[in-house]
Design a protein around this ligand. Structure first.
Ligand code: MN
Length: 334
């Protein structure tokens, strides 16, 4: 999945100032974003309200869409740096190709984990033919300074641990939940889990007090503690929890994200995560000018071009302790 905005916002985030030291229930509705020709997604991270949950720095939720008579997802080759992408399908299939030569059909219940590190390019497409439904989430995890230049990698994990309780089945995508640990490589303390909650369930999930958490409803409504979570919304839960209570009247599918608050300040622009405007500018130039990120073989069609940089230098504002704010592009940027 790519950020296809032609005028992407600069997002400067990180640091602990914006992390509440106690449990909260902050509902973040997200916004609709067009992804390519035919796919609409709900962008839940980053939003104006919150930019990071642990190292999770990007969350798009798409579908369920009937793509029987549509091309479905068509995201041409594009680069990434300084992050991992987590591809998670609830329905349908997506064909992943990358500049390492990986070609993997992604399916529900199986994790596609791409570590961009110092740089990679990939494409994501609904194959032909494809199932009628497409429903999933695309997430990014920011890599900490010590690991953000690691060599790129793609891993496919078809067998993930599942934790069950009365009315709950939780698949652990990354990290550890209730003693079950995903085989996926992580570079900071975090967790991601897909929760299938039965109608009428009332369950408590054990959490880490040092982590901050958020929960997305991919389908169905749920009460998180005593606060209602509507389908498609993200609820930020803060830190300082040993558990969260989930109750449902109807079946629900939830995504739990958590992690230690990410202490570093990062700069996100388009599909890059870096630490300065100059660095992002160099990534953009390297992508648009040549094959520094490698070539995605097997993809038919043109790759994406990075949009113009803003006229104003792109840099984090102020000190580490300032309130976290977005830096908007100047109108009509370069
Ligand atoms: Mn991507």
């Amino acid at each position: 999945m790519s950020n296809l905005d032609t005028r992407p916002d600069v997002v400067v985030c990180g640091g602990r100032t914006a992390v509440p030291a106690a449990p909260v229930h902050e509902v973040l509705p997200g916004r609709e974003v067009r992804l390519g020709e035919s796919t609409m997604v709900r962008r839940l991270l980053p939003t104006l309200g919150r930019r990071l949950v642990g190292a999770w720095c990007f969350l798009d939720h798409y579908g369920p869409d009937d793509i029987a008579d549509a091309p479905g997802m068509q995201v041409a080759p594009h680069p990434h740096t300084g992050l991992q992408t987590v591809s998670w399908l609830l329905d349908g299939t997506v064909l992943h190709r990358d500049s390492l030569g990986s070609e993997q059909l992604l399916e529900p219940g199986r994790l596609g984990l791409m570590t961009a590190g110092r740089g990679i390019a990939h494409s994501e497409q609904s194959p032909v033919p494809h199932p009628h439904l497409l429903h999933g989430a695309q997430l990014w995890v920011a890599l900490p300074e010590a690991y953000r230049h690691v060599p790129p990698a793609f891993d496919h994990h078809p067998d993930l641990p599942v934790v069950t309780d009365r009315g709950l089945s939780a698949t652990v995508l990354l990290g550890t939940l209730a003693g079950a640990t995903s085989p996926g490589t992580t570079y900071s303390p975090l967790v991601g889990a897909d929760l299938t909650v039965a109608a009428g369930a009332d369950v408590r999930l054990p959490l880490e007090p040092d982590f901050e958490y958020a929960v997305l409803s991919a389908s169905g409504a749920a009460d998180v503690d005593a606060t209602a979570l509507a389908p498609g919304a993200l609820m930020y839960l803060g830190t300082g929890r040993t558990e969260v209570r989930l109750r449902t009247d109807t079946p629900a599918r939830l995504l739990l994200l958590g992690g230690e608050p990410f202490a570093e300040r990062i700069v996100m622009w388009w599909n890059f995560v870096g630490r300065s405007g100059d660095e992002i500018s160099r990534y953009r130039r390297e992508w648009n000018d040549g094959d520094a990120f490698g070539v995605v073989r097997g993809y038919r069609g043109d790759r994406l071009t990075a949009p113009p940089m803003p006229a104003t230098p792109l840099k984090p504002r102020g000190s580490l302790n300032e309130e976290v704010k977005p830096l908007a592009w100047p109108a009509g940027g370069g």
